[in-house]
Each structure stands twice: as structure tokens, then as C-alpha cells.
Design a protein around this ligand. Structure first.
Ligand code: SF4
Ligand code: SF4
Ligand code: SF4
Length: 271
């Protein structure tokens, strides 16, 4: 149930963002303004406090549903799972690496503002990829449909110019997007818990959230199914522990457990 709800929210927001990037809808512009790096650049204190509080209470729901780059990684993993089994194992927290990328993001922001920090901003990375791939693809499809209708004597659709960007910018945007996709197919949400500076900040806020994904030691039979399902590599089934700072609230572990031993539950209620 939790997993289904999370997928529905993620798909709805991802669709809205893509319509926004393609210029079909204006309303997701408000959602774009509450993305963390755009909110930081615009000094949108309300959005920053909101995500800090939500993360401290519920964990990284932002990474579960709101970040389009996170949903792109989940889509890549979903495609892989259609063709081959994906089995993960517990990974180290790598705080040094996460801290280094966070520091790099802060330096880029201080010396270059929005233009430089965009190289590490997940929202900008997805936006560039979408603009480089989705926009030309949508224009091409629209022109194909227009040509087909014109062949039938219906000229109601005007041909549109392909909005292709400079070769370097195009190559960089596509390469970054493809690197994220390949990494997600191979290692799940590895990018989220190593490279992404937003993930490092949210991870720090989510060290001890009020509502946690927890293993009940009394019901757990240590089968390891939850650990193998975890795309963030943050479940250690042998130790019966979940690293809350890396958990991206996908709830795959809860679906994988046949004993009902892993739950999303309030910290105080947990044994
Ligand atoms: S860690 Fe970064 S890239 Fe991953 S979902 Fe969260 S904000 Fe997006
Ligand atoms: S899947 Fe359930 S029973 Fe198996 S290790 Fe995880 S929590 Fe324990
Ligand atoms: S611990 Fe569970 S909810 Fe968290 S990332 Fe891993 S599989 Fe998803």
C-alpha cells in the first residue's frame, strides 16, 4: 500500500514536471519553485524550512516523490527489473564522499551562483536532460503527426522548429543524464547517496526522523530479502538496522518482507 501510494505520487509529479519542461502546463511552476536548490537560490525560506521539517519527521520523502532525477533513477531500475533481476546489498554510508560533493556544491554556489551550482543540482540536471531529449523528441513527433495530417489534406498543424542547443551543452546534458540512468540500473540510488549535495543535506536532516523504516527483531528471521530489495543499500539485515539518512522511502523493503517484520513506524512505537 505504502509502495503503491509512493509510486502514484512520484509518477504524477514526474508527469507534471515533464509537461512543464515541454511547455504544456504552467501549474507545476509552483512545484519547481519548492525544489531545494531553486528554493535556495531564490532564498525561499518557507520552502527550505518546509522540507527540513518534513524530512526530520518522515525521512527523505522529497527523494521518494518530488525530485525528478530520483524518479528518473527509479524508472531506469524499473526497466532493468523487467529484463533482469536486481539484487542489492548493504553499502557503506560514505559520509566523506557525500560531504566532499556538498562542499563542492557550496563552493560553486558561492563563486558562481545559480549558473555554476547547476552542475550539481539534481533538478537542473534533470531539466537539462529533459530539454535536450524530450523537447526535440516531442517536436519531431508533432511534426510527424502534422505531416501525416497534411498528406490527408488537413493543414491545421504548423511545423515547429527543433529547439536544438549548442553541441557542447547538448553532449554534456545527455551524457550526465545517461550516466545517472546507467548507474541507477547498475546500483540503484547510488548517485543519491554519493554525488548529490541535496541528498547529503537531506540525509543529515533524516538521521533520526520521527517516523522510521525499522526492523522488528522479534519477527525478523534474517532472510535478507529486504536488504536485497533496497535500492539505496541502506538495510543491514544481519544487524537488523536501517540507515535512515540514506533511505529514500521507496518502501520496496516492506513489500519484500514476508514476515511483516520491517515497517514504517513512529520511533517511539518501535521496539
Ligand atoms: S538524493 Fe538528490 S538526486 Fe537523489 S532523489 Fe534526492 S535530491 Fe534527487
Ligand atoms: S525481509 Fe523481513 S524477515 Fe527478512 S531480513 Fe528483512 S525484515 Fe527480516
Ligand atoms: S530501506 Fe526500504 S524504504 Fe528505505 S530505501 Fe531501502 S528499500 Fe527503500
Amino acid at each position: 500500500m505504502l509502495k503503491t501510494l509512493r509510486i502514484v505520487c512520484a509518477v504524477a509529479l514526474f508527469t507534471a514536471f515533464n509537461l512543464f519542461f515541454l511547455g504544456f502546463a504552467d501549474f507545476p511552476g509552483a512545484l519547481a519553485r519548492v525544489q531545494l536548490v531553486p528554493a535556495l537560490i531564490a532564498l525561499n525560506v518557507g520552502a527550505l524550512v518546509l522540507w527540513g521539517v518534513v524530512t526530520a519527521i518522515f525521512g527523505r520523502l522529497y527523494c521518494a516523490c518530488v525530485c525528478p532525477l530520483g524518479v528518473l533513477q527509479d524508472a531506469a531500475l524499473w526497466v532493468r527489473r523487467r529484463f533482469a533481476k536486481a539484487s542489492f546489498s548493504a553499502r557503506p554510508a560514505r559520509w566523506c564522499l557525500r560531504g566532499a560533493f556538498l562542499a563542492a556544491g557550496a563552493v560553486l554556489f558561492l563563486i558562481g551562483g545559480a549558473s555554476l551550482v547547476g552542475f550539481l543540482d539534481p533538478y537542473a540536471t534533470y531539466g537539462r536532460f529533459a530539454a535536450s531529449v524530450l523537447e526535440p523528441a516531442a517536436t519531431w513527433l508533432a511534426n510527424m503527426a502534422g505531416d501525416a495530417m497534411a498528406a490527408q489534406g488537413n493543414d491545421c498543424m504548423l511545423r515547429q522548429e527543433m529547439a536544438l542547443r549548442g553541441a557542447c551543452a547538448l553532449a554534456f546534458s545527455i551524457a550526465a543524464g545517461l550516466a545517472v540512468i546507467v548507474c541507477a540500473m547498475w546500483k540503484g540510488r547510488l548517485v543519491c547517496n554519493t554525488v548529490c549535495p541535496v541528498g547529503a543535506v537531506l540525509g543529515a536532516c533524516a538521521m533520526r526522523p520521527v517516523v522510521q523504516v525499522r526492523i522488528d527483531a522479534d519477527s525478523c528471521v534474517k532472510c535478507g530479502m529486504c536488504e536485497r530489495a533496497c535500492r539505496a543499500g541502506c538495510v543491514d539485515a544481519k544487524e537488523g538496522k536501517v540507515d535512515q539518512s540514506r533511505c529514500v522511502r521507496c518502501f520496496d523493503c516492506i513489500s519484500a518482507c514476508r514476515k511483516g517484520a520491517i515497517r514504517w513506524t513512529a520511533r517511539r512505537a518501535a521496539k
